[in-house]
Every structure is written in structure tokens, then in C-alpha cells.
Design a binder for this molecule. Structure first.
Ligand code: MG
Length: 295
């Protein structure tokens, strides 16, 4: 991890030996957020803890299904964000878990390094990163053990992401290449199927329809993501399509407080996301000044 941090710093020098202005890394406000995610021991502890909790929760739900007890779905009923329909063994739904991809399964280290040095994110460069098969990405700490546990129990991982359907094949290749698939008998090339277990974005960034599709004939035992929109669109836009203000997002998360850490597992992403929109620094940051020194 330390080596990675050093590599980012040294890489900036070695790839651009002649500088005409200040180092873009040193002035970029997103730098610390990215170093925390990609390089800090603290981030890895958090994600391993969350994936460990998710493993425990899925095991408990599978045990309940084996005992013929109903289990609450992790995908909410259409139009009601607080109601989670039950699945029962009698319905013969296949058990599954929904995972987002970016900064949930894969850390996009190569892309973020590029973006930090070259003026930030753009749809065109991100699309090129997807199409290139995301070289120099890494698994989020803890995700591989979680996937192994799912597969060992016969729980299907569904990858639901706003990567473009046009890049389904390189995205599938990245998942196969970057993650280690250690469970005997599991062939990711045959099980990660675009349109079925790899649900990507055609044109709508709203993931609701794809979540409903994933939950059809399946019992969704857990959802893992790094953005509130990975769990419910109601955190991001209201019924008219207008953006939800930060205070309202916060109170909505409290209305479903029973989900967090039980069926919904939210990984930290200080680097980007809807959370960055609409926050007023004057309201978020407190005001204080040190006392003036006495003469
Ligand atoms: Mg994500």
C-alpha cells in the first residue's frame, strides 16, 4: 500500500519529466480521497469488515431458507422504498446477490491516476477505460472472499453497473481477469452473462428496472454498492425526476435504517458520486476561530 502511494508520486515525475507549472497532483482536491481509497490501510479494513458482515448476513439468510423460513428480499417493492417482499423456499427462487462494479468490486486505479493528472473525469476517457478492459484495476479488499463464499453456497453474483452495454465484453473480461475465482467448478466465463448476470446501462442511469430484472425469479439476499443509487433510485431523484437534496437523502437513509449492514452494504467512496452534489460548504463546515492572543 505504501508502495502504491509512492508509485503515484514517483510516476508523476517519471512520466512527465519537464513541468511548466505546478504539479497537478498537488493541487487536486480529489487526490487525498483517491489515496485513501487506493492506498490506505484504513480503507481496506473498512471494506473487509463490510464484506465480512455481508458474508455473515448471506449465510444467515441461506440458513433461514434451508429451514423453510421466509426471507426478506434486499430489493424493495416497486413504488414503496420501505417495503421488502419476502421470498420463501416454496417459491423456488434462485438465491442471488447484486453487486455494483466500480469502487464496489473493482478499484479503477489506472483511470483515477490518469484523471488526476489530466484534468479529471470525462465520459469519453471513462468509456475508453471500459473498452480497454480496465487494465491496472484491482479488486476491492474483501470482495474475492465474499464472492467465493457466495459461489460455495450456490448464491449467484449479479453484477449491476452503469458501465455501458456497448462495453459488456471488455467489462466481463476485466471481472474475469482481475478477480481471482478460486471456487472449484465455477467458470466465470460461462456464468457472467451480459443481459442476465451482467446488467449494464443501455441509456438510463436509473438502476431500478435492472434491479427488478435481477429480482425476477431470484431471491436477492443482499445488495453491495458504493453509491446510494445502487440500492434505490429514491435517494437520487424524486418522482418528478428532480435531484434529491442532501438533507432529504440523509433522512431517507434513516427511514430504511434496518437495511444497512443487514441486507444493504454501502462501501465508502470519498472520490466521487451524487453525495458531492448540492452540499453547501458554509453549512457543512462549522465556524470557529482560535482566541486572539492576549496582549
Ligand atoms: Mg460504483
Amino acid at each position: 500500500l505504501l508502495a502504491l502511494t509512492l508509485t503515484i508520486g514517483l510516476g508523476a515525475c517519471s512520466t512527465t519529466p519537464v513541468r511548466t507549472g505546478p504539479d497537478p497532483l498537488s493541487r487536486n482536491p480529489a487526490l487525498l480521497a483517491n489515496l485513501y481509497v487506493f492506498g490506505s490501510a484504513e480503507y481496506a479494513v473498512v471494506t473487509r469488515t463490510l464484506y465480512g458482515d455481508a458474508t455473515t448476513a448471506v449465510r444467515a439468510r441461506m440458513e433461514a431458507l434451508r429451514r423453510n423460513q421466509p426471507v426478506r428480499q434486499a430489493v424493495h417493492a416497486a413504488g414503496d422504498t420501505t417495503a421488502f417482499p419476502a421470498c420463501t423456499p416454496r417459491q423456488r427462487q434462485r438465491p442471488a446477490v447484486i453487486l455494483d462494479i466500480d469502487e464496489t468490486v473493482l478499484l479503477n486505479i489506472g483511470y483515477q491516476g490518469f484523471a488526476l493528472r489530466n484534468g479529471g473525469y470525462s465520459p469519453a476517457t471513462w468509456s475508453a477505460w471500459e473498452a480497454a478492459g480496465s487494465p491496472n484495476a484491482r479488486p476491492v479488499p474483501g470482495v474475492e472472499a465474499f464472492l467465493a463464499s457466495l459461489i460455495q453456497q450456490g448464491v449467484e453474483p449479479i453484477f449491476l453497473s452503469n458501465r455501458s452495454v456497448a462495453n459488456a465484453e471488455p467489462t466481463k473480461a476485466a471481472l474475469i481477469e482481475i478477480l481471482s475465482w478460486t471456487q472449484a467448478g465455477y467458470q466465470p466465463a460461462e456464468r457472467i452473462i451480459p443481459g442476465q448476470t451482467l446488467l449494464l446501462r443501455a441509456d438510463d442511469r436509473d438502476k431500478t428496472a435492472r434491479r427488478v430484472q435481477a429480482a425476477t425469479e431470484r431471491c436477492i439476499l443482499a445488495v453491495v454498492g458504493d453509491q446510494l443509487g445502487d440500492f434505490s433510485q429514491s435517494f437520487d431523484s424524486d418522482s418528478t425526476g428532480a435531484a434529491v437534496a442532501p438533507d432529504a437523502r440523509a433522512s431517507l437513509t434513516e427511514r430504511v435504517s434496518g437495511q444497512w449492514g443487514q441486507a444493504w452494504f454501502l462501501l465508502p467512496n470519498p472520490g466521487y458520486g451524487h453525495w458531492t452534489e448540492g452540499l453547501n460548504p458554509d453549512r457543512v463546515l462549522g465556524s470557529w476561530a482560535p482566541p486572539k492572543p492576549q496582549p
